[in-house]
Write a protein that binds this ligand. Structure first.
Ligand SMILES: [Zn+2]
Length: 372
């Protein structure tokens, strides 16, 4: 096994030898990050950018062709909101969402450890992504999903041949069931929310912002956050780019949550929050009542000078239709939440007019319940 990185606790900074069965700090239960040993950083330049990854070489990468998604200028919405609005279209990934970036690295590492069977829980996108990559890699996948998950996503999981465990109750109950199943059957719990490998994969989103020179580098990035795997991954990428001196300033990183499920926004604003306050939301990708990486998300927001906001269900639907009808982009509700939040933040002055704002189309609307 590779020795150029360790696992490090995101809270108490205890270090561990990498292991696929280790997903939380044994001392304080906080999520783990990957920490590269100093010798790994060889730097880079615009022509030969090397993304630090927990792999020894590119040949260890298990890929279905994820990444390198297009960034498009939303001219009609830009005029409406008085900013330069860009969308990076992650629905163009192999299974239709950004999750494929994280899954590619996660599965690459599980293969190196010789893992043959895994358990995962997901509202749908990560489940279908892990199902697809597992199928291609010859890994047996058990996917726990809420019984309320959109039927197209459940179908996708089944089509790839994964074992689907439909689970009643809240999103957090689904996580609990998956973890119990993994312990009972002595299987690896390959959680996209907890695995430190998954976030290393989402870093490529941030690196691609640099290589796509068809537009101005964003001053602001707005991401819908449930557990924050994309948000934290993009931040890691941008700080690496700063260490390479390829960018000089971190864009302001804002996050959006649904009003129905807002644990992180509540913590930012010192509002009361507990799991019993979770309500049903269309934005299934961010419906996480107790996110393990809450502190990391807030830290990214603060360090980058970002802000956060929450959006109501009707705002999500309105923006899903708005983007489809003015820009020709059919995004999933979770992504529409970020656009609704962006609009709010511009109106309230949290994002300055004239800024270059980038928002991900986190997944395709075709994978979700139709808004009409
Ligand atoms: Zn710890």
């Amino acid at each position: 096994m590779s020795n150029h990185y360790k696992f490090e606790c995101s809270s108490c900074e205890t270090e561990y030898s990498p292991s696929p069965s280790l997903i939380e700090c044994e001392i304080c239960d906080s999520p783990l990050n990957i920490k590269y040993l100093p010798t790994h950083y060889s730097g880079g330049d615009n022509t030969s950018l090397e993304i630090p990854l927990p792999l020894n070489s590119q040949s260890e990468l298990f890929s279905l062709g994820e990444g390198n998604t297009p960034t498009v200028n939303l001219t009609n919405t830009s005029a409406l909101l008085d900013v330069n609005l860009l969308a990076k279209n992650e629905s163009q990934n192999p299974t239709g969402s950004f999750k494929d970036r994280g899954t590619s690295i996660l599965i690459s590492c599980l293969l190196k450890f010789g893992i043959k069977e895994i358990v995962e829980d997901s509202s749908g996108n990560a489940g279908s992504s892990i199902s697809a990559y597992s199928a291609a890699a010859g890994i047996k996948a058990h996917i726990f999903a809420p019984e309320t998950a959109p039927p197209p996503k459940i179908s996708q999981i089944k089509v790839y041949g994964a074992t689907h465990h439909s689970t009643p109750g809240s999103r957090d109950k689904v996580t609990e069931s998956a973890r119990k199943y993994a312990v009972k059957h002595n299987l690896i719990y390959a959680s996209h929310n907890l695995s430190p490998y998954f976030i290393e994969g989402t870093k490529s989103f941030g690196y691609e912002l640099l290589s796509d020179t068809s537009h101005t580098f964003p001053t602001d990035i707005v991401i819908p956050v449930g557990n924050g795997s994309l948000y934290i991954g993009v931040y890691k990428a941008l700080t690496e780019l700063i260490s390479y001196k390829l960018i000089t300033q971190l864009p302001r990183m804002h996050f959006i949550q649904a009003e129905s499920v807002k644990p992180i926004a509540s913590a930012v604003y010192n509002q009361k929050w507990n799991n019993k306050m979770v309500l049903q939301t269309k934005a299934g990708g961010i419906a996480v009542g107790s996110p393990p990486r809450l502190n990391q998300v807030i830290n990214v927001m603060k360090v980058s000078g970002g802000e956060c906001d929450t959006v109501h269900e009707e705002e999500i639907t309105n923006w899903q239709l708005e983007l489809a009808r003015t820009e020709g982009i059919y995004c999933e509700p979770t992504s529409a939440a970020a656009f609704a939040g962006t609009s709010k933040m511009i109106k309230s002055g949290k994002i300055r007019k004239g800024s270059t704002v980038l928002v991900p189309i986190t997944g395709s609307g075709l994978k979700d319940t139709s808004p009409v």
